[in-house]
Every structure is written in C-alpha cells, then in structure tokens.
Design a protein around this ligand. Structure first.
Ligand code: NAD
Length: 368
C-alpha cells in the first residue's frame, strides 16, 4: 500500500531534519508519496504569505502531514504559521510524549510523560491590541471556551485509557485566572468522574514546574491550556533528553500533523548539526497512525539502538555530563544514515526496558 502525505520542510534546521526523516521512512519499505508544501520563509519569498492556501488544501486532502519547524519573527511581521495552521485546521490536540530513550541524554532516565495541550485558543488566540496611541500599554485576550476545554480533557482521558496510563493531571492557574482558568478547571472536574478507572488530580502551573523537575516519575498524562502546554512540553522534553529527541503530533477531527516539539533553531541551520531524532520519531508516530505498525516498531528500535550504542549521535547526545564515556559528535545526516541502515536489520520484537516496555503510543485516529 502507498500513502500520500503532505510534507512541510519548514525553516532553519527544518529541511535538514525532514530530509533525515524521509531517509529513515524510505528504509522501512513503506511507499510514501510526499507532496511538498512550502510554508514559512520560502513561501513568503515565493508567494508573499507564510501560509498559502495550497498548504492547507494539501493537508485537508491527504489528512496526514509531516512538518518541520517554522520560524516566527518576534514582534512585528507575520503571525505565527504554527498557530494559524492549528487554528485553521482545528488541530486542537497537541500531544507531546516525553520518554527518555535508552536512558540517555538525561538526568531523569525514568521520565515517561505525555503533555496534552489545547492548541487552538488560550493566549494564542491572536486577539491582542495596543491600549493607547503611544504604545505604552497592551492587552492580549485569553480565550477559553467550554467546548474546547471539554474536548481536550476528554482527549487526555481517552489517551490515558488507551495507553493504560496511571493518572491524568490538569494544570491551570484557576486561583488567579478565575474565569478562564476556572472554566478549564470546571470542565476537568466534570469530565473526571466519567473515567472512574483513571485517577486524576490538579496542580497549579507554578507548583507543577517545581514538581516536574524534582520528581517527574510521579506524573503521567498532563492536560493543560495552550500557553502552559507550550512551556511544559519544552520542560518535559528537557527531562527526557532535550528538544532534539522530542516528537509531537497535532490532531483534529480527521487530520493529523506530525511535528517535533523543537523550533527552527536558526543558529544551527545549514550546518548538518541538529539532532534528527525528534523528526524521525514523528515519522514513527505517523507510521503508527497509518497502521504500519511493524515499520513504526523498526524505526523506533533503530533509534533506540543508535542512541544506546552512542557511536553515531549528534552533539546534544554527546554532551559531557550526560554520557559515561567520551563521544565524538556526528552530523545530522550521519546519524540519520545510521538509523536508516539499522531499520531493516533490527529485531523490532526484542524486549525493551522500562519505561518503553509499557508499550507504544496508540493513535486516536487510526480507525477514523
Ligand atoms: P528552538 O527549539 O528552535 O531551539 C532552542 C534550542 O534547542 C536550540 O538553540 C538548540 O540548542 C536546541 N535544539 C532545538 N532543536 C534541536 C535539534 N533538533 N537538535 C539539537 N538541538 C536542538 O527554539 P527557539 O530558538 O526559541 O525558536 C527558534 C524559532 O523556531 C522561532 O522562530 C520560534 O518561533 C520557532 N518555533 C517553531 C516551532 C514549530 O514550528 N512548531 C516550535 C517552537 C519554536
């Protein structure tokens, strides 16, 4: 069977890591017909807009996309392509698993968390303005709706049930943000009793940050609003080995876009230096979504063995303090080549130690 998938290479390190991901996808033998759709800086140059309609149309048509990171200019200029894409396609659930691969690159080898972030509203609603003509005061509107809160909370509980996870924790700031935070909190409190098999609790965002860096092993599924989810998913990625190894997925009703947690890391652009693992694990999740379980298992196993061996790894996995023995960093393309080389020869059924032994992510839209 062959699949047509939209590919957005993105900006900065995006083209390098998406090329790496394509190399590994090709090594699985699954036929993927990539439909290239440029968004971001290249699209501004060629079409005058960072998010041409053709990109949205391509994703709607194919229903599955692999995306590289896209730069958002700070301050003036275009709105974030990432935020616009999520809103226009109603990709409401951003799922960001943080699991330490082979216990490497981290001080917390037991980390096994999933951040489920509402991705269409909150402080990213894009409603903001200057209060006065001199631009000495500004306001941003924090949009929280009952509908979006209910569906993201339900998504988190369903994910916890499917993946047999031990607990769902809602993170908010309802003590200060009494209406917006309070509405999200109410949605959570009214949904939780419908899932009596899944323990649940709540944390304020500030306390949650402290708890996570002290004892990440005590948490499991975290569900939260847009801004808190953005911050917590980077924090959790750091616990699990860094942005270089943190994949992610965005889900709408009938669409899935796979993109890493990391951004375009402009300082590494064009240097063949960035870690390709996050984007490669996006391919792994995408293959699972497509029902190509064995291919996904092979990709995961090849990533695992490459990281565990530590012969051909990028700079972020070779940093002193995170590795027992000195490692010479390899390039992005060399690491991708090593993973691709292993894909056909690994044993995808060999047992893995915890936390990976508990099973792979189950995709919510496989049957839809
Ligand atoms: P970033 O994630 O691009 O980089 C932060 C740091 O993390 C880098 O300097 C680097 O040290 C490390 N890093 C990131 N990816 C890595 C990789 N694959 N391998 C090794 N190290 C890696 O965050 P930033 O610098 O804050 O943002 C840069 C741009 O990316 C901004 O324009 C931002 O808006 C955009 N961004 C886009 C997305 C997205 O497309 N989904 C997400 C986050 C940020």
């Amino acid at each position: 069977m062959s699949y047509r998938v939209t590919l957005i290479p993105g900006d900065g390190i995006g083209p390098e890591v998406t090329n790496a991901a394509r190399l590994v996808a090709a090594a699985t033998g699954v036929t993927i017909d990539w439909e290239i759709a440029e968004a971001g800086e290249k699209a501004i140059a060629s079409e005058g807009t960072p998010l041409p309609d053709s990109v949205l149309e391509s994703i709607r048509r194919n229903r599955v996309a692999l995306k590289g990171p896209i730069t958002t200019p700070i301050g003036s200029g275009f709105r974030s392509v990432n935020v616009a894409l999520r809103q226009q396609l109603d990709l409401y659930a951003s799922v960001r698993p943080a699991r330490a691969i082979a216990g490497e690159g981290t001080r917390f080898p037991e980390t096994d968390l999933v951040v489920v972030r509402e991705a269409t509203e909150g402080l990213y609603s894009g409603v903001e303005h200057w209060v006065d003509r001199d631009h000495t005061a500004a306001e941003s509107v924090n949009v929280v709706t009952r509908k979006a809160s209910d569906r993201i909370v339900r998504f988190a509980f369903e994910l916890a049930r499917r993946e047999k996870r031990k607990r769902v924790t809602a993170v908010h700031k309802a003590n200060i943000l009494k209406t917006t935070g309070g509405l999200f909190q109410t949605a959570f409190r009214e949904m939780a009793p419908r899932y009596p098999d899944i323990p649940s609790d709540e944390r304020l965002i500030d306390n949650m940050c402290m708890q996570l860096v002290k004892k990440p092993e005590e948490y499991d599924v975290i569900v939260t609003t847009n801004l808190f989810g953005d911050i917590l998913s980077d924090l959790c990625a750091g616990l699990a080995g860094g942005l270089g190894v943190a994949p992610g997925a965005l889900y709408g009703e009938n669409l899935a876009v796979f993109e890493p947690v990391h951004g375009s890391a402009p300082k590494y652009a064009g240097q063949d230096k960035a870690d390709p693992v996050a984007e490669i694990l996006c391919v792994e999740r995408m293959l699972r979504h497509l029902g190509e379980t064995e291919a996904a298992d092979r990709v995961f196993r090849a990533v695992w063995e490459t990281i565990a061996e530590k012969k051909v790894v990028t700079y972020d996995l070779a940093l002193p303090g995170y590795t027992q023995r000195p490692v010479t960093p390899s390039s992005c393309s060399a690491m991708a080549g090593e993973i691709a080389r292993k894909v056909p020869i690994v044993n995808p059924e060999a047992p893995l130690p915890r936390p990976w032994a508990v099973g792979h992510a189950q995709d919510p839209h496989l049957e839809g």
